[in-house]
Design a protein around this ligand. Structure first.
Ligand code: HEM
Length: 504
């Protein structure tokens, strides 16, 4: 992601001291020679000397500003965030060109200072460069957890999760049938449990961590998921002015290091706890057991990071998608009825199962339309251009950064009719293959496309299907307007509150 822009003001304050030198650096002819290249340079969004476009990006949702700018400057343009040049890509065609055709020139990542710490310097599949570590870790992740065979082996966890959600909702309604349900509270907790089972083999209820004390499950979620998602968008103003990195930014560093320390302490305690089980000869089909036996070259820190990666990736974006889908269905009752009738037609009085999904095209359409309209990852984490290349007919010089605006691609008026409307019907068109998980740009594209798309689809469709089969959903009064988002992923700012009525 782009480091966001809270500390722009601090950065601007530093300008007078360094202004003259950097003015020269920026505006005198630079070393950026085109050589024999004849392609035009990317259009620039006009900005200010030194700070470039930072002040124009004050609102916390850069993907929306980028989409607006695309209307004036076209699908590919460049901005300056302090010292860096960022090429912003806003249409599906140019995004695919960048992520697929030009992949070899832009396969490395550029991380903010916060992400360097939180990812333990790229020690995750999603944030690593395209190197040997990435290939080993991704192979393990797909083989044990996210590939189609692995997902088949983990199916009982998904079924248990959906049963638990259903019975918790029924129990709550029995106690108080008219009280609105906070969907997130129920779903988030169950999803976290599934993430722990896949990663560690057990849904841990509480744990003693030497460095922190005893943590409940809720506190574990905070340390492993919530704090990390917040930390990932924390801004170090030195991200924009790396030549000022010698100036300390103590409060930023302490905050991020504390989050990192707590996450590692907890992961190590969770691993240690499971090692007792493994030492006693009890093996479970989970990522920890697999990595210990198949990836023996990993250090303990790398092991902890890879396990944590599956937990955070499972626990966040699938929740974001499912919550938005239930919001839309509770708001648009015609679409909810249509889904219910299709579920009835295919499943009758049986509970919907994963093998039914391919027959219920409307369920697939609801999933993909939600991913399009509420793209959970609105910006792909920045890529770095390590050699001159081209995108959209423009010359892209080495040293630039690339921001793929997934939100912009999924809202592109040239590609989608009435993109502002949530309209699952658009995906019933024959041109869409029901098995294609990349109908929108939500999962990225090419070699670094999302490795968890199958799991996300199985979990979200399983939950949406069952929840509509068993309950009529209606938004609580006043909820319709609450469509603001918060954070790195497009999480609903206000948790969905809905009034549920059991069917039958
Ligand atoms: C609706 C849910 C999800 C969405 C919208 C989503 C979206 C994305 C996006 C946009 C990328 C970046 C692609 C790029 O850099 O080009 C990505 C990468 C990735 N995602 Fe997801 N994701 C979702 C769920 C998951 C889940 C559930 C997991 C795993 C448990 C997961 C694991 C990963 C991994 C490992 C990568 C890195 C792949 C690589 O670099 O090779 N994702 N995802």
């Amino acid at each position: 992601m782009l480091p966001s822009l809270n500390s722009v003001a601090v950065a601007v304050a530093a300008v007078p001291f360094f202004g003259f030198f950097f003015f020269l650096k920026r505006f005198l002819p630079s070393g950026r020679k085109m050589g024999s290249n004849t392609l035009p340079t990317v259009p620039e969004v006009p900005g200010l000397p030194m700070i470039g476009n930072l002040l124009q990006l004050k609102e916390k949702k850069p993907h929306k500003t980028f989409t607006k700018w695309a209307e004036t400057h076209g699908p590919v343009y460049s901005i300056r965030t302090g010292a860096s040049t960022v090429i912003v890509i806003n249409s599906p065609e140019t995004a695919k060109e960048a992520m697929v055709t030009r992949f070899s020139s832009i396969s490395t990542r550029k991380l903010s200072n916060a992400l360097k710490i939180l990812t333990f310097d790229k020690c995750m599949v999603a944030t690593s460069d395209y190197d040997e570590f990435h290939k080993l870790a991704k192979r393990c992740l797909l083989t044990n957890t996210l590939g189609s065979n692995a997902q088949r082996r983990h199916r009982h966890h998904r079924e248990a999760m959906i049963e638990n959600i259903s019975s918790k909702l029924h129990d709550t309604l029995k106690k108080d049938p008219i009280r609105p349900i906070n969907f997130r509270e129920v779903f988030e907790s169950e999803l976290f449990g599934l993430a722990m089972k896949q990663a560690l083999g057990k849904d841990v209820e509480s744990i003693y961590v030497e460095e922190i004390g005893t943590l409940s499950r809720k506190e574990m979620h905070k340390v492993l998921v919530t704090d990390m998602m917040e930390g990932a968008i924390d801004v170090d103003w030195r991200d924009f002015f790396p030549y000022l990195r010698w100036i300390p930014n103590k409060s930023f560093e302490m905050n991020i290091q504390r989050k990192h320390f707590r996450r590692m302490a907890l992961m190590n305690a969770l691993i240690k706890d499971q090692m007792k089980r493994i030492d006693a000869g009890e093996e479970v089909n989970c990522y920890l057991d697999y990595l210990l036996s198949e990836a023996k070259t990993l250090t303990m820190d790398q092991l902890a990071m890879l396990l944590w990666e599956t937990i955070i990736e499972t626990a966040d974006t699938t929740l974001v998608t499912t919550e938005w889908a239930m919001y839309q269905l509770a708001k648009d009752t015609i679409q909810q009825d249509r889904l219910y009738h299709e579920l009835q037609k295919v499943c009758g009085s049986n509970k919907v199962k994963e093998e039914n999904f391919s027959q219920i095209r409307y369920l697939d359409a609801v999933f993909h339309e939600t991913l399009r309209k509420h793209s959970p990852a609105p910006l792909v984490p920045l890529r770095y251009v390590h050699e001159d290349t081209q995108i959209g007919g423009y010359h892209i010089p080495a040293g630039s950064e690339i921001a793929v605006n997934i939100y912009g691609c999924n809202m592109d008026k040239n590609y989608w009719e009435n993109p502002e409307e949530w309209n699952p019907e658009r995906f019933l068109d024959e041109k869409y293959d029901p098995l294609d998980l990349q109908k929108t740009m939500a999962f990225g594209a090419g070699k670094r496309a999302c490795a968890g798309s199958l799991q996300a689809m199985l979990l979200a469709c399983g939950a949406i299907g069952r929840l509509v089969q068993e309950f009529e959903w209606q938004l609580k009064d006043g909820e319709e307007e609450k469509v603001d988002t918060v954070g790195l992923t497009s999480q609903k700012l206000h948790p969905l509150l809905a009034v549920l009525k059991p069917r039958n």
